[in-house]
Design a protein around this ligand. Structure first.
Ligand SMILES: NC(=O)c1ccc[n+]([C@@H]2O[C@H](COP(=O)([O-])OP(=O)(O)OC[C@H]3O[C@@H](n4cnc5c(N)ncnc54)[C@H](OP(=O)(O)O)[C@@H]3O)[C@@H](O)[C@H]2O)c1
Length: 302
């Protein structure tokens, strides 16, 4: 379904939700010269944007009526439906861009909800904190109908580099969760390793010189991980430079050292158990990346 056209009316944008992220989106849209209408459950949160030139809508329906594009940035999908149910008629034939976080199944349900009401729906995922919205380097991921995305790309670019991922509506939030998983796993690795050194009274600041200044960029080296990505796609894990069985030894040492030093040992133990399972499944003579074959399957207890 593709109702909207790229007309001068697209300069009008409505924004529902003025938490920290909604306020940042509103500020960036005003800076871009858009005619912005805002609505928030707690109306006072709009005060600063109103001073900067935004119109305050008294109702969700009033906000949806004011523009051809409505951006929604609320805490969750339950709230989104609670809010949008009051303006479904006003949104008909227009574009709804959801920049609230969720799961792929929620994005699919929201697409179906929108389609039933004649609304063009795009799903987005904001990959930066509020102060970086609209700034160089900000990226926002989108998925859904490419025609709708293309027509509004210029408008969306004011919030951050808009990266279109595909027609599958769940892709934006799936990328979002995958990237956040990488962030948490990396940060947890650094924090747990620092705790190990802290047990010998080595400060995180001192450890950072070696760990973050040399080890991560040289030995983990993201460019080299990217070079090896095709091997994951081809399930090609030659073990000639080191095997998963050898890496299991290292993971046993990390788990034991954590226990001996009196620091939390669940994190290395989980990595050790995963490597044990991969070895049990016959990947012991391949390299460590063969653990990817385990990750691609649902875990036994789920
Ligand atoms: N902040 C970040 O760093 C960040 C980064 C990336 C993505 N995001 C995503 O952006 C979305 C918004 O985040 P946020 O940081 O702005 O704060 P948030 O706490 O997730 O959402 C606050 C917004 O939700 C509204 N709200 C909550 N319950 C409501 C209800 N029952 N009825 C109506 N409105 C309700 C709040 O209204 P009131 O003002 O009236 O309470 C406010 O507008 C979230 O999905 C978040 O995951 C945030």
């Amino acid at each position: 379904m593709t109702h909207s056209s790229n007309t001068v009316q697209d300069n009008r944008i409505s924004l529902l939700g003025l938490g920290p992220m909604g306020l940042a989106l509103g500020g960036a849209l005003l800076k871009q010269g858009h005619c912005l209408t805002v609505w928030n459950r707690t109306p006072d949160r709009a005060d600063e944007l109103v001073v900067q030139g935004a119109q305050r809508a008294r109702t969700v329906a009033e906000a949806a009526t004011a523009s051809t594009i409505t951006i929604v940035c609320l805490n969750d999908y339950t709230t989104i439906y609670r809010v949008l149910d009051r303006a479904a008629a006003e949104l008909e034939g227009k574009v709804l861009v959801n920049l609230s976080s969720g799961a792929p199944s929620e994005a699919r349900a929201a697409l179906a909800w929108s389609a039933e009401r004649g609304i063009d729906y795009l799903e987005g995922a904001i990959m930066v904190p509020p102060p970086l919205v609209g700034e160089p380097g900000a990226v926002i991921l989108y998925s859904g109908d490419q025609g709708v995305f293309d027509r509004h790309r210029t408008t969306l670019a004011g919030l951050g580099d808009p990266r279109y991922l595909g027609a599958d509506i769940g892709l934006a939030v799936l990328y979002n969760t995958a990237l956040l998983e990488m962030m948490y796993a990396t940060i947890n690795g650094w924090l747990h390793a620092s705790a190990l050194l802290d047990s010998a009274n080595v400060s995180a600041q001192k450890f950072a010189e070696l760990a973050l200044g040399w080890f991560m960029p040289t030995v983990v080296d993201y460019a080299s991980l990217a070079e090896q990505a095709p091997d994951l796609d081809a399930a090609d894990y030659p073990g000639d430079l080191g095997t998963l069985a050898m890496n299991l030894n290292a993971l046993e040492h990390i788990t034991r050292a954590s226990e001996e030093q009196g620091v939390h040992s669940d994190h290395p133990r989980l990595m050790k158990e995963l490597a044990e399972r991969a070895v049990a499944e016959g990947h012991g003579s391949q390299n460590y990346f063969a653990i990817y074959e385990l990750f691609k399957k649902a875990s036994p207890r789920s």
